[in-house]
Design a protein around this ligand. Structure first.
Ligand code: ATP
Ligand code: MG
Length: 389
């Protein structure tokens, strides 16, 4: 919902604002570049400008909607508003508010809220609210004011050389601009969890290098297709970043584990997986491993077992979904657009043992695992295949 004549998007950043001067400038530039790339990838013809502590997207009336959506999909953005831009004087603001009210006021209650960033202006934000409120009041039939909890809020942000009039703040993901942190490796299986985990880390600024373990007969073409599709969805959030998938052969190891390892099988498999991820990380200069694990979600993810599997690598294992319930993760997957691909039936064969270990110690797992497990991980990682999604 935006006022008639809106052609500009006012973009507010999230955690970028808590940084000190130089870091903040650098992050704002990065945010601008990322948003410009996203607009470009969606075919939205608009320019992004850094102004004050905001970004301004100069669009036009036809694509302002698409430009606002793009801003709200950019990591590091707190909110975005499609606005009409007028001169910073009370007459112009009043008239823009009256126009906005005539098209947007839905007959319930309203309020006008103003913010005046430039204190040298000859009027206060209270003046804008009072006079703007009067303009709205006079423009519509049966107006009603509610300053506490209005149904429609008409907003004005006044700067030195222009005023922005808008009604909605479309929420962005928050976080930090992608690329403002070091890269991490992301273990992606294409299930519901792992794409969400990768997205969460991207939201905090770290580009993700996706790693997919090909389980041979235990995975299969649909399993792989699912993983690739979800990565493709994620890559749409990062058009100016390389998201080539590292596909690592792991079918032989799975065969071996199914044959030789009993209750600790899944833990051994996970340790193998982290080792593979560690090798890839060293190759691409990434500084951590991301997984979609959550405490207690599966037997291999009990609080104790997470500790035992993490011990296979020196790199930190990041688990952004650690405390989330499946329903929360599923909701997030729907929001970010990976859910549907995650539910492609993958028909993967059962590899979990009948009575999985839930309370392992490092000793139990080390005893159960093949002596050459980590050597196999190194060899598997050396046979990595690059898959462009
Ligand atoms: P997801 O957790 O993605 O929904 P899942 O529930 O089938 O998939 P789990 O058995 O819960 O997978 O595995 C836990 C985590 O291990 C996944 O979130 C993912 O990070 C990683 N993982 C599992 N299988 C693979 C694989 N074949 N390739 C890469 N990473 C994997
Ligand atoms: Mg899972």
């Amino acid at each position: 919902m935006y006022p008639p004549g809106a052609d500009t998007v006012l973009v507010r950043h999230a955690d970028v604002g808590v940084k000190s001067g130089k870091v903040q400038t650098e992050m704002e530039r990065r945010l601008r570049d990322n948003l410009a790339a996203l607009l470009d990838s969606r075919g939205v013809d608009a320019d992004v400008e850094r102004r004050w502590s905001r970004l301004l997207v100069h669009a036009d009336e036809k694509n302002v909607d698409a430009a606002t959506d793009a801003a709200a999909d950019t990591f590091g953005v707190r909110s975005a508003s499609a606005a009409v831009v007028v001169d910073p004087d009370l007459d112009a603001i009043r008239s823009a508010l009256a126009d906005a009210a005539r098209t947007l006021y839905d007959g319930d209650t309203f309020a006008v809220r103003a913010r005046r960033a430039d204190k040298s202006l000859p009027f206060t934000s209270e003046d804008v609210e009072r006079q703007g409120g009067e303009a709205v009041w006079n423009a519509v039939d049966d107006p009603a004011v509610d300053l506490e909890d209005p149904d429609t809020t008409f907003r004005v942000e006044v700067r030195e050389s222009e005023a922005f009039v808008f009604v909605e703040k479309q929420a962005g993901p928050g976080g930090l601009p992608l690329g403002s942190q070091a890269p991490v490796v992301g273990l992606v299986s294409g299930g519901i969890d792992s794409p969400v985990a990768l997205w969460e880390v991207m939201k905090r600024g770290s580009p993700v290098v996706p790693v997919y373990l090909d389980l041979g007969d235990y995975g299969g073409p649909d399993h792989e297709a699912r993983a690739m599709e979800t990565v493709r969805r994620l890559s749409a959030y990062a058009p100016n970043f390389d998201v080539t998938v590292r596909k690592v052969p792991a079918g032989d190891v799975m065969d071996l584990l199914v044959e030789e390892v009993g209750p600790a099988r899944m833990l051994v498999y996970r340790r193998f997986m982290y080792r593979v991820a560690e090798h890839v990380a060293r190759d691409v200069d990434a500084c951590g491993i991301v997984t979609g694990e959550a405490i207690g979600q599966k037997s291999s993810q009990t609080a104790r077992n997470l500790g035992v599997t993490s011990a296979a690598t020196d790199l930190p294992v990041h688990r952004p979904l650690l405390t989330m319930d499946k329903t929360e993760i599923t909701d997030r997957a729907r929001d970010i657009g990976t859910f549907r691909d995650s539910t492609i039936p993958a028909g993967c064969n059962r590899v979990a043992p009948d009575f999985p270990e839930t309370n392992a110690t490092l000793g139990i797992v080390e005893n159960a695992e093949p002596d050459d497990l980590f050597k196999r991980a190194r060899e598997a990682a050396a046979n990595v295949e690059l898959v462009d999604v």
